[in-house]
Design a protein around this ligand. Structure first.
Ligand SMILES: Nc1ncnc2c1ncn2[C@@H]1O[C@H](COP(=O)(O)OP(=O)(O)OP(=O)(O)O)[C@@H](O)[C@H]1O
Ligand SMILES: [Mg+2]
Length: 247
């Protein structure tokens, strides 16, 4: 589904990704772990098409198509979703407006009928309920004044509504309380664990992986994948650290 080959990317003239290769098949969940500053979020931004990140070498194909050629909104329409490490606040735009616009823009570009206000509200309410996000949060401006954990839940509500084919979730577990971790883990499984979908889960800790079992675990260090393995690799890293396992 996703194939990254020898990816080199830089920001402000500084090379961050230095020959990263990774393949994710449909039906799989892959975890990416790695030291602070290794380039994990950069990988997410490059996949999402964030301006300012320049790919200098290598390729990314998504379902056989060149992803790097597409604009960010075209990537979204193709089914790529990026859950941010630091969700952005959008004052003046309500969560419902934002999500309805996003969803309907994507539906339209796929040749599907936009959802009516009533249809959309029903969907949004169901997703908020499933993730334990209070209904009134849907009417508030996007992420403004939300607590850290509420922002992360809100990202998962967005993902539930958008229903993407491929999600990159950047430290979705950070800042979640113990119950929220389980709720979010269940949400990821419910929304994304399907034969036609795939997930890249960026995380620092095993705890989320207790709920969302990865098929593969990779270590990203200094801009490339230095080691890959099964779920046991995450346990090994937690016991021994990066220096021992994947320097
Ligand atoms: N505009 C910039 N100019 C120079 N360096 C930058 C710029 N933006 C990011 N970097 C650097 O890129 C490197 C990779 O950052 P990135 O956010 O991808 O790391 P990460 O693996 O997600 O780390 P963390 O685990 O802390 O989230 C860091 O060293 C960061 O300082
Ligand atoms: Mg990061």
């Amino acid at each position: 589904m996703l194939k990254i080959e020898n990816l080199h990317a830089e920001i402000d003239g500084k090379e961050i990704l230095k020959g990263l290769s990774l393949e994710v098949n449909a039906g799989e969940i892959h975890a990416i772990m790695g030291p602070n500053g290794a380039g994990k979020s950069t990988l997410g931004y490059v996949l999402g098409g964030r301006p300012g990140y320049e790919v200098t070498e290598g390729s990314i194909t998504f379902n056989g198509e060149d992803l790097l050629e597409k604009e960010p909104h075209e990537r979204a329409a193709a089914g790529v979703f990026l859950g941010f490490q630091y969700p952005v606040e959008i004052p003046g735009v309500s969560n419902v407006q934002f999500l309805r616009e996003s969803l309907n823009a994507q539906r339209t570009s796929r040749g599907e009928k936009p959802l009516s206000g009533a249809e959309f509200l029903k969907l949004a309410r169901a997703q908020a309920d499933a993730l334990g996000l209070q209904q009134d949060m849907l009417k508030r401006p996007v992420n403004v004044g939300f607590s850290g954990g509420e922002k992360k839940r809100n990202e998962m509500v967005q993902m539930g509504i958008i229903d993407p084919a491929f999600a990159i979730l950047d430290e979705t577990d950070s800042g979640l309380d113990i119950d929220a971790l389980r709720i979010v883990g269940d949400g990821i499984n419910r929304i994304m664990r399907q034969p036609t979908k795939a997930v890249l889960l960026i995380t620092h800790y095993q705890r989320l992986l207790d709920y969302v079992q990865p098929d593969r675990v990779h270590v990203l260090a200094d801009g490339r994948i230095t080691r890959s393995g099964g779920p046991e690799l995450a346990h090994e890293l937690e016991r021994q650290g990066y220096a021992e396992v994947a320097a």
